[in-house]
Each structure stands twice: as C-alpha cells, then as structure tokens.
Design a protein around this ligand. Sequence first.
Ligand SMILES: Cc1cc2nc3c(=O)[nH]c(=O)nc-3n(C[C@H](O)[C@H](O)[C@H](O)COP(=O)(O)OP(=O)(O)OC[C@H]3O[C@@H](n4cnc5c(N)ncnc54)[C@H](O)[C@@H]3O)c2cc1C
Length: 398
Amino acid sequence: MDFSLSPETNAFRLRVRDFVSEHILPLEADRAHYDDHENIAPHVLERVRAEVRKAGLWAPQMPRHMGGQGLDVVGMAVAYEEMNRSIFGPVCFNCAAPDDGNMIVLDKVLPESAKARWLQPIVDGKVLSSFAMTEPAPGAGSDPSMMQTRAEKKGDRWVVHGRKWFITGGGKAQHFILLAKTSDDPRRGLTAFLFDRDQPGWRIERQVPIMGPEDHGGHAELVFEGLEIPDDQVLLKEGDGLKFTQIRLGTARLTHCMRWTGMAKRALELACEYVEQRHSFGQRLADREGVQWMLGEAAMAVDMGRLLTMRAAWLLDQGSFARKEVSMAKVVVSEALHKAIDTAIQLCGAKGYSKDMPLEWMYRYARLARLGDGASEIHKMVLSRFLLAEGTDFWSWT
Ligand SMILES: Cc1cc2nc3c(=O)[nH]c(=O)nc-3n(C[C@H](O)[C@H](O)[C@H](O)COP(=O)(O)OP(=O)(O)OC[C@H]3O[C@@H](n4cnc5c(N)ncnc54)[C@H](O)[C@@H]3O)c2cc1C
C-alpha cells in the first residue's frame, strides 16, 4: 500500500500552496477585502481570479479542453486542502460549492452538445450556479422522497410548481439544477432539470439569513409558479433524479471534506503559532502537557478524516460511488473540523474569539458541516444499513 503522492500531484500541490501564501492569505487581515456577507469582496475576487488563471491553476477539477487542469479526484483532494488554508481560497480557484459540485456532475451527465451552453460559462467563471433540492417542511430535507415540488409534462415542456429553500448562491446564480417530483413511483419519481435564471415563472421569495458567513448569492428561498422547462433541459432521463443526486453528491460531499481538512489544518497552524510564543506561569503554552494533549487529539482527528477522504477519493477514481466511504469521511471530517477550530480558539484565548483572527469566522462556518449535504445522523443511518446488509463484508478489502 503506497500512501505517497505522485511527483505531478505533489508539484501541483506546492504551486497551489505557494499561490495561497502569496496572493490569498494576506487578504484576510484587511476588512476592506470582505463584502457585506463576510466573503471575499467581488472586486478583490476578480483580481485574484485573474492571477489564478495566469498561474495556470484555474478550475483544476475540470478537463483541460474546457480550460481546467484535469486533476483526478485524489489530485483534487490534495489541491483543495491547500486552497482552504485560506477562508477565501476555494472560490478564487473556482473550486467552491455549489459551482464545484455542479460542474463535476454536469461534465459527467450532459451530452457534449449541451456543455457549451450550460457548463462552459460556469467553468469560465462567467456565471454562478445553484443546486435546488431542499424544501421547507413538509417537503424534502433529509428524505428526498418527501419532495413536494412537482413538474408536470405538458407537450414538450415541463411546468413546475413548488418551493425550495437554503439554495446556496440562488441570489446570483444564472444556471440552476432543480430536483422535482414527476411521478409517485417510489424509486423513479424524481427528475433533475436545468433552468436559466431568465426563464419566467419563478421568483426569489427571500434570502434566508444564516449563522455563518454567506456564500456569494446567499441562501435563497425560491418559489415556482409555473416555470416552464423544455424537455431537452431534463438531466439524464425522466425518473433519474435519485441517480442524478447520487452522482452529484458523492463527489460534492467529498470535496467538502477536502476543503474542510485544509481549514482544520489552518486552525491548528494558528493555534501552534500562538502557543509557541505565549507564556503563562513561567512556561510556554506549547511546553504544557495539557496543551500538547489538546493539540495532539485535534491533529489526530484531522488525519483520520484525511485518510478517509483520500480512500474515498481513490475509490471514486476507480469508478466506484464509494457511498460508505464518502459517508464516513463526511461525518469524521465535519467533527474533526469542529474539534480543530474549537481547540484553536481555546488555545488562542480571547484573541481566538476575536475578529483579529479568522478562527471565529471558521467556527460559525463549521457548524454547517454537520448539517449540509446530509446531516451526520443520515450518514450514520446509511452506514448502519450497509453494515446490516453486508455483515463483516462491510470492511471488505475488495
Ligand atoms: C448553509 C446551508 C446551505 C445549504 N445549501 C443547500 C443547497 O445549495 N441546496 C440544497 O438543496 N440544500 C441546501 N441546504 C440544505 C441541506 O442540505 C439540508 O439542511 C439537509 O439536507 C438537512 O435537511 P433539513 O434541513 O430539512 O433537515 P431535516 O430533514 O428537517 O432534519 C433535521 C434533523 O433531524 C435529524 N434527522 C433527520 N432524519 C433523521 C434520521 N432518519 N435519523 C436520525 N436523525 C435524523 C438530523 O439531525 C437533522 O439535522 C443547505 C443548508 C445550509 C444550512
């Protein structure tokens, strides 16, 4: 078993690392670089994105012929971790959710003839995209089979009525992926569609305010009042909605884990810098066993999450859905992220709690990790289903 990185993957990692250190990390300290929603200000983002392109690091998860760098999933894991050393990192490389997951799935499922219209503008960073699945109760949340938004076939068009909420980026997205119910069949009742912001028959009811910093375009509540979608904007086939979400969410969930590992490492990097300098009662904090145990436990948690992430990434590269492995990574990395940031805030004392450090930003952001893209309890439920079905084969090597 070889845990080392290929020379190419490591070289790309180092280029991303250097870029983040030189061009992105220094931006965090100045509030003028933030927008009103605590994300990187659009004019600063544009400047950095131009530098990313010049450095040949743009959209590394996308194929080269589309302007990306053609990384495999293991390569992405390594690069994304380096990007999220900065809270602004992933969006500068066009690797932030939800565009990232949307691009990956559209590249897999769209016919080549449709990619120029729907995918290339997202890859180029010309438009933003959203993924609209979650609904307010009694609609689909953890359980997609509870979907209330309906699409009804009328001639060669589908007519959509319903409501979605927490749709990340919805306020600014041009291209939307929408999940709707198209029949009562328990397995083939959902269908995935594409629609453009300019198509009439839907509106943004409000932006849902959240605890953490906002993505560009916020978290929108959308109302569909007769949106008409042509039949050629169905993704895969009618009734393939669950299959589509499985293809999207496998990699998309894992890319969260890749980014969160980078953020967790940064939190511990900040904690180490502080405890190596700070003294109390005649001793450096770093020399105290109580502090060492806190750091050691958090570092170990981050590494456990990273190992699970890398195994799932490798399996995805082999063509597997890696459902168990992605679920395990999602649960463990989201908890490791919390542990790392919480430990860092504790060890940095009042400064860690203040806006002089990015730790409080990360702490509020991180609460999402145990909820979004499947709450931890749902992933554990999925894992227990596998265990009950497979018995000791759950841990099979093949
Ligand atoms: C910041 C943010 C961004 C988001 N972005 C998007 C987006 O872009 N697109 C999108 O479609 N959705 C998005 N979501 C929604 C997210 O995916 C859902 O919140 C998530 O799937 C859970 O659904 P829910 O909130 O309806 O929780 P519910 O289904 O109401 O569940 C509530 C809680 O109940 C528990 N629970 C539920 N079922 C079980 C069970 N079977 N066993 C044990 N416990 C259970 C869990 O603890 C769960 O957290 C976003 C959410 C947030 C907070």
